[in-house]
Structures are given as structure tokens and as C-alpha cells.
Ligand binder design. Structure first.
Ligand code: G3I
Length: 366
């Protein structure tokens, strides 16, 4: 059984690399940490990790230095957990949860109900009206990972191209259970984990384009329906996968959107912040400057909203960004993208400083 030694214990008792499967890593200057800077304004900072990346000592050290929260990039998704019905494989996710426990980090659970990464057998079962499998999956995940601080209970349920008046995405969950699947998922998660923060997570709200305006309206309408039917939802996750393709970000319009969410009594978490640089010049200095400026503009608007509780980036180091492996997101010139606070050598970039400054300048939360 791993001794429950956390980062704070290590700091108090002097740092040493422990010869254990989850080697403790040295944490340097306690003040130059994004999480610590965030905490001075009553916010939190975290990053997505995966079960492979945390085995690299330099990355593990950077995570422990900069983050208070981590979120598994894919290891908690249904398609990874239960490829074969009834044969639940928690090992990869468990590595991340053990890493968090060992280093005194909090974990976001991502994600219980999503139209992607559903096991093929579950799609068939839902189509065959086996209604209870969604709830069974939620209960199994929450029972196995009881210490998870937040759950992304439902992810990306909005899709204005569905043609539905409620703009809900056509998915096996919707076709089997109707629009009530969302509320049912949250009620099941609350019953299974009364103490966890339950989050609805989605993307595509940032820019002054018609699809994002439609998605903003659809999200507010969805949240209003959930609130008026007493669905136990605590927060909204805005993924914030930013782009630099010349799309207009209007701080006033976005702030009004955030206030609409806050007025429903919900907290807001920026859950997957990163920024694509596919259309920017090859020069890394130029790219880094532009990207940091866009991140700063976005976070200055976001952190002015008191309901915003924290920010996670979708990765911490460019070395592991999904943007270099997703065909739709890769740079046409084949150069690696630079979307995150640290470069591939764990060196801080202008994005790191932009996030740190946004945390320092944010109004202090009560
Ligand atoms: O390498 C593993 C292999 O060892 C493992 O057995 C297998 C299990 O399915 O997965 C393999 O890796 C892939 C993984 O990325 C690591 O690169 C998975 O096949 C692949 O499904 C996974 O893609 C993830 C994707 O979501 C789908 O789950 C990306 O990492 C992840 O960045 C991406 O994240 C999504 C958020 O969940 C929701 N918001 C959008 C965001 C970006 O698409």
C-alpha cells in the first residue's frame, strides 16, 4: 500500500526522490507556482495529464510544481474503462489518481457521459432500450474514484447542427433516454457522490461568430431547464480551446455570457484552456508572443467574473498536447504547436507568464 505521503509532507520533511513507483519529485520555489499564484486570488489552477506523461520525471516535477488540480486526458472515459461489457479496466485512471493522492493534488473526473468514447456494446445496449447502463456506469465510476473533487457529469451535449429546437446533440443517450438523460445523469452522480462538484462541460462559446452565439444561447437555455427542474448541477465547465484564426473575441459579450451563467447560481470553471497556432508564423518567438496576448485577453475577461472558480489548461507542456496528434488541429507546416504554459523541455513560456499575471490581476474571491 503506498504510504500516504503527500507533497506537503515532503516539503516539510525535506525533499528526496523516494524509490517508489510514484517517485516523489522535488518542488522548487513555492511561490513561482501557477497554483500558488492562483490561490492568492482565491482561484485554483490545474492541468490535464495522462498515464504516460506522469511517468516522465521532468513532467511530473512540473505538474507538482505548477498545479493543484489534475484531470485525466482520456483514462476515465467509458470507452477506455469498459471496452468489453462488465470488464472494467481502472488501471490507467488509477495511476493518475494515485499520483494525485501521493502529491496532494485534487482530481477532476472527466467524463461520465459523452457522445464520444462510448463503448460499442453500450451504443447497442442503449439502442436496445437497456436504459440503466448509463446510471450503472456512473455509479461504478463514482464508487471507484470516490475522492474525485469534480465530475464532468455530461460533456458536449449541445450541437446546434442537430436541427432540434433545444439544440441538443443527437447521441445514443438522447435517442434512448430523451433529453431527460442529462438531468438523470446528474441525479445519479449526486446520489453516488453527495460531496463532489457536479459540472456540465462544453466547448465553442468564445467568439463573435454565429455558431458560438447560438451555442451560448443554447447553453443558457439548457442550464435554465436544469435549474428549473432542480437538477443537482453545481458548475459549468467552459473548455476554452482558443484559436488564432482571426475570430473576434468580445470581452463585453463574453462577460455578459458568464454573468448569465452566474445569475443561475452556478460556478464557472475554465476546464481545457489551450490555443491553436495553426495559422501563425513558424517563428516560435512571434508565435509565443501572439498566443500569450490572446490568452491574457481571454483570462482578463474571464477572471473578472467572480463566479469563475479556477482554470485548467488541457495539458501543461507542449510535449504532450493533443493538438500535435489530432489531424484536424495539426499545423500545416508540420511544426509542433505551442499551446501550453511550458515548452517541450518544461521551460516556462510567455503563456505561463500570461496566466500568472491574469491570476495576480484577478479580483480576489471571497
Ligand atoms: O495510447 C493510448 C493507448 O495506450 C490506450 O490503450 C488507448 C485506450 O483507448 O488510447 C491510446 O491513446 C489515445 C489517447 O488520446 C492518448 O493519445 C486514445 O486512443 C485517444 O482516444 C485519446 O484521445 C483523446 C480524446 O479526447 C478522445 O478521448 C485525447 O487524448 C484528448 O486530448 C481529447 O480531449 C478532449 C476532451 O476529452 C473533451 N474536449 C475536447 C478535448 C480535445 O479533443
Amino acid at each position: 500500500m503506498q504510504p500516504h505521503i503527500t507533497r506537503r509532507t515532503l516539503l516539510g520533511g525535506g525533499l528526496a526522490l523516494l524509490g517508489s513507483p510514484l517517485r516523489a519529485v522535488a518542488v522548487e520555489n513555492e511561490n513561482a507556482r501557477l497554483a500558488r499564484i492562483a490561490r492568492t486570488s482565491g482561484l485554483f489552477y490545474g492541468a490535464a495529464v495522462n498515464s504516460a506523461s506522469i511517468t516522465a520525471d521532468d513532467f511530473a516535477k512540473a505538474v507538482v510544481r505548477d498545479a493543484d488540480f489534475i484531470v485525466p486526458e482520456w483514462e476515465m472515459k467509458w470507452g477506455t474503462i469498459e471496452k468489453v461489457r462488465g470488464n472494467r479496466q481502472y488501471g490507467a485512471a488509477r495511476k493518475i489518481v494515485d499520483f494525485a493522492n501521493f502529491h496532494g493534488l485534487s482530481v477532476r473526473g472527466h467524463t461520465l457521459v459523452w457522445h464520444r468514447n462510448i463503448p460499442a456494446w453500450a451504443v447497442e445496449a442503449l439502442n436496445n432500450k437497456e436504459y440503466g447502463i448509463m446510471q450503472e456506469h456512473i455509479r461504478g465510476m463514482v464508487a471507484n474514484f470516490g475522492a474525485v473533487h469534480d465530475w464532468d457529469v455530461v460533456n458536449e451535449a449541445i450541437d446546434p447542427t442537430s436541427g432540434r429546437s433545444d439544440n441538443l446533440r443527437l447521441s445514443p443517450f438522447l435517442s434512448a433516454l430523451g433529453p431527460g438523460y442529462i438531468g438523470e445523469a446528474f441525479r445519479t452522480a449526486r446520489a453516488a457522490s453527495p460531496g463532489a462538484r457536479l459540472v456540465y462541460n462544453d466547448f465553442g462559446f468564445e467568439y463573435e461568430i454565429e455558431t458560438h452565439r447560438t451555442r451560448r444561447r443554447a447553453l443558457i437555455r439548457l442550464l435554465e431547464r436544469l435549474k428549473v427542474t432542480s437538477v443537482p448541477i453545481d458548475a459549468v465547465g467552459l473548455q476554452a480551446h482558443l484559436v488564432t484564426r482571426g475570430l473576434k473575441f468580445d470581452p463585453a459579450a463574453y462577460s455578459a455570457f458568464l454573468k448569465d451563467i452566474a445569475d443561475l447560481g452556478l460556478k464557472i470553471i475554465i476546464t481545457e484552456l489551450d490555443i491553436q497556432d495553426t495559422d501563425l508564423p513558424a517563428d516560435t518567438g512571434e508565435r509565443d508572443r501572439i498566443l500569450a496576448g490572446e490568452i491574457a485577453r481571454y483570462l482578463d475577461a474571464v477572471l473578472a467574473e467572480p463566479a469563475v472558480a479556477g482554470v485548467l489548461t488541457w495539458g501543461l507542456s507542449d510535449r504532450y498536447t493533443w493538438l500535435n496528434s489530432d489531424p484536424k488541429a495539426k499545423r500545416p507546416d508540420g511544426l509542433p504547436s505551442r499551446p501550453l504554459p511550458l515548452d517541450d523541455k518544461m521551460e516556462r513560456k510567455p503563456i505561463w507568464s500570461a496566466i500568472a499575471d491574469a491570476f495576480r490581476n484577478a479580483p480576489e474571491r471571497s
